[in-house]
Design a protein around this ligand. Structure first.
Ligand SMILES: [Zn+2]
Length: 235
């Protein structure tokens, strides 16, 4: 069942379809507000039917902004140029501080669910975190959400997500062939991202600045772990 809000939104998509494609025969269009983790929207076409999902953060958005996102999505679906006026209306809405804030909150609350648990098949990130925190940070680091990535990513071994206060470690490291000090080192690197904020140097955001690198070298088996990572990268 479509809500009144969704029915109104659907009329914008129908308008957009007619204007963007200049076709009079309108296809079936399914429109729904959807609880994405942030101000995201999707559109796709399957068997002549169009399915659009608009962030539920836009439920109470002004009609002009809802209309604008309908035109933007339909233009993208048919690979047409996005009308600059619609672009401007949407941006004006999306860049308002309260909208940015609501989007950030939704990302925190909903995005975290994407994480898998800290206990892997071979290594437990909670235990390793506690050990590293004690040894290198005098237990001063706030514990983030810890988890293994869903996919066995080879190129990216670790990631610190400041919006969610989460650290994700590549599942490719959760194997008996991976020595424990390597998992420790990858996690230690991500923990340093909690300790050190990025710095702006010559107008660029620098994450691995000198203070970060110097801390990184404090890791007990730094040389060995770095050499191992270099070998992994070459493969
Ligand atoms: Zn890094």
């Amino acid at each position: 069942m479509m809500t009144t809000g969704e029915q109104t939104l659907r009329t914008y998509f129908l308008d957009a379809f007619r204007q963007v494609t200049r076709r009079s025969d309108t296809p079936e269009i399914h429109v729904a507000f959807y609880p994405f983790a942030g101000l995201n929207h999707t559109i796709r076409i399957r068997k002549q039917r169009i399915y659009a999902r608009v962030s539920d953060l836009m439920r109470d958005a002004p009609p002009a902004a809802q209309r604008a996102i309908a035109f933007i999505l339909v233009a993208k679906l048919f690979r047409r140029r996005v009308n600059s006026e619609h672009q401007a209306v949407y941006r004006q809405y999306a860049y308002q501080p309260q909208v940015v804030r609501a989007s950030e909150l939704a990302r925190r609350a909903r995005g975290r669910k994407e994480l898998t648990g800290a206990a892997g098949e071979h290594y437990d990130l909670d235990a390793i975190f506690a050990r590293l925190n004690r040894r290198y940070f005098a237990n001063a680091l706030q514990k983030p959400a810890l988890g293994w990535s869903r996919r066995r990513t080879k190129r990216i071994l670790g990631h610190h997500d400041r919006a969610h206060e989460a650290i994700v470690i590549s599942r490719s490291l959760d194997t008996p062939e991976t020595p424990e000090f390597l998992v420790e080192f990858v996690l230690y690197h991500e923990m340093l991202h909690i300790k050190h904020r990025a710095r702006t140097i010559n107008g660029r955001r620098v994450h691995h600045h000198a203070a970060f690198r110097s801390d990184e070298r404090r890791f007990a088996r730094y040389e060995e772990a770095s050499a191992w990572l270099d070998r992994l990268a070459e493969r």
